[in-house]
Design a protein around this ligand. Structure first.
Ligand SMILES: Cc1cc2nc3c(=O)[nH]c(=O)nc-3n(C[C@H](O)[C@H](O)[C@H](O)COP(=O)(O)O)c2cc1C
Length: 454
């Protein structure tokens, strides 16, 4: 994300929530950009709806860049996948906050006139609505406005964040200045904190839009592993794990969205595999097969992202025929290949110059403390390690969301809030693209230095 929503420290009070902001045609419309950031600081993903007149005050591009979601400015607008934009917002948000709300919008809403995307979404949603009016003092004091506010509050159950008194844009003084952003944020939190996340499935939420930097993997070859490995006990049974491949497939989708060519080395997955021509899918059942497939694929790779859950042990021997109940079964296990550590080692020993080696990204699924992950980063010789506590609710196998910590070889530690797996994928690729750019810059600097010495 350019200035991503959800870019927060762990533990935000809106972690995993999707908040819709309705912006209407007030002089205070620019303040909605700050509201996006403050909600994001609390961990929220944010999507913006605007009335046509609001777009005369602030460009929709500002909100698209801040939220990375399409901005709904047209009640007749369709998403790229043909879903109706304001209905997707209405069905997936945890709350809609209309800030600033004009006198005109209050009147439209009070009478249910669905002529703009903000009113239409509020009419269509079951989520709570918070309204922060902003206007000239006389307008706010007018009986028509008072009646409309009362209808929204008492008739519809909307929460009103009263405007403040003081100097107004008109040069006059009165009650009509948009409430301060923190007061609006607190009203949102107070309204929804007791209710569960309404729509955790990222696929049902508004899609992400490409930000300006999103072609940053153009021409790069990214190898991603996904799913779990299966180590055979006999022809029908195996030792496996709970990995579904969702995180790896989200990484593939994000990488092709950013212009990369991708090789997906897929173990056992329970999600549809990508069919995009930019993706070559290689099936690998066992850890040994995955190890070979990865080594074959990384010849010209710029990054290897090991999102697969690879078995640490396998049966030393697998039976040629199906074992029966009568047989006394005792499994003799042996360690499997450590693919990532092995690849890191062979790259260092190999012929590729340091400046051309792929960026290596490992995943560490832990239960409980993530302290072991830092040690794993050093031991495995990788550039980035994505650690998550798979025992935590909403994180790990089979979920649509994930809360991860990205550890880097330079010692930095980036704790992300609970995000959709696609969003986690984008954050990981932000780091990969940055590391590749830094690698290229270092190589160019080195070449220039060599040239000047020659
Ligand atoms: C410079 C300027 C500032 C305005 N500020 C406000 C405002 O703060 N509150 C308000 O209710 N109307 C304000 N208006 C009037 C609204 O823009 C107008 O009523 C418009 O139709 C609102 O449309 P909407 O409610 O669909 O966004 C302003 C108009 C102008 C030209």
């Amino acid at each position: 994300m350019t200035a991503p929503t959800g870019s927060t420290v762990r533990g935000g009070r809106l972690d995993g929530r999707l908040i819709g902001i309705g912006v209407t045609g007030s002089i205070a419309a620019y303040k909605a950009a700050d509201l996006v950031r403050r909600l994001a600081d609390e961990g929220a993903d944010v999507v913006v709806l605007m009335t046509p007149s609001a777009t005369r005050f602030v460009g929709e591009l500002t909100f698209a860049a801040l939220t990375r979601h399409p901005v709904e400015t047209d009640v007749g607008g369709l998403l790229p996948d043909q879903r109706i934009g304001h209905i997707v917002v209405a069905d997936s948000v945890d709350a809609i906050v209309v800030a600033p709300a004009t006198a005109h919008w209050l009147a439209s809403m009070a009478t249910g006139l669905a002529g703009d995307a903000v009113t239409a979404a509020c009419l269509a949603t079951k989520a709570p609505v918070i309204v922060a009016p902003a206007m000239d003092g006389e307008m706010y004091a007018h009986p028509a406005t008072r009646a409309n506010v009362a209808r929204l509050r008492d008739g519809f159950g909307y929460r009103i964040v009263e405007p403040e008194s003081g100097p107004l844009a008109s040069g006059q003084s009165g009650q009509g200045r948009l409430a301060e952003t923190p007061a609006i944020v607190e009203a949102v939190i107070a309204t929804i904190s007791a209710s569960p996340i309404r729509e955790p499935d990222a696929a049902a939420r508004p899609p992400l839009v490409a930000a300006t930097q999103d072609a940053d993997l153009d021409g790069r070859h990214v190898v991603v592993t996904a799913g779990g490995t299966a180590e055979p006990i006999d022809p029908v049974r195996f030792i496996g794990n709970r990995s579904t491949g969702k995180m790896g497939v989200a990484l593939v989708a994000a990488a092709i969205g950013r212009g990369a060519r991708v090789t997906l080395v897929a173990g056992h997955v329970s999600v549809p595999l990508p069919t995009d021509p930019a993706v070559q899918v290689v099936a690998a059942e066992t850890t040994a097969q995955m190890d070979r497939a990865v080594r074959d694929a990384i010849g010209d790779a710029d990054a290897l992202i090991m999102a697969a859950a690879v078995a640490d042990f396998r049966p030393r021997r697998s039976a040629a025929t199906k074992l029966t109940r009568d047989e006394r079964l005792q499994l003799d296990l042996e360690p499997t290949e450590d693919i990532l550590a092995g690849v890191a080692e062979s790259l260092v020993a190999g012929e590729r110059a340091a400046a051309e080696r792929p960026i290596l990204v490992g995943f560490a699924a832990e239960t409980g403390s993530l302290d072991r992950a830092a040690d794993k980063l050093r031991r495995k010789g990788v550039d980035l390690l994505v650690a998550n506590d798979v025992a935590e609710a909403g994180s790990g196998f089979g979920t649509d969301t994930n809360r991860v910590v990205i550890l880097a070889a330079d010692g930095s530690r980036d704790e992300l809030p609970l995000l959709s797996k696609r969003e986690v994928a984008e954050r990981i690729l932000d780091r990969v693209a940055g590391a590749l750019d830094a690698r290229d810059t270092a190589a160019q600097t080195e070449a220039v230095t060599q040239e000047s010495r020659a």
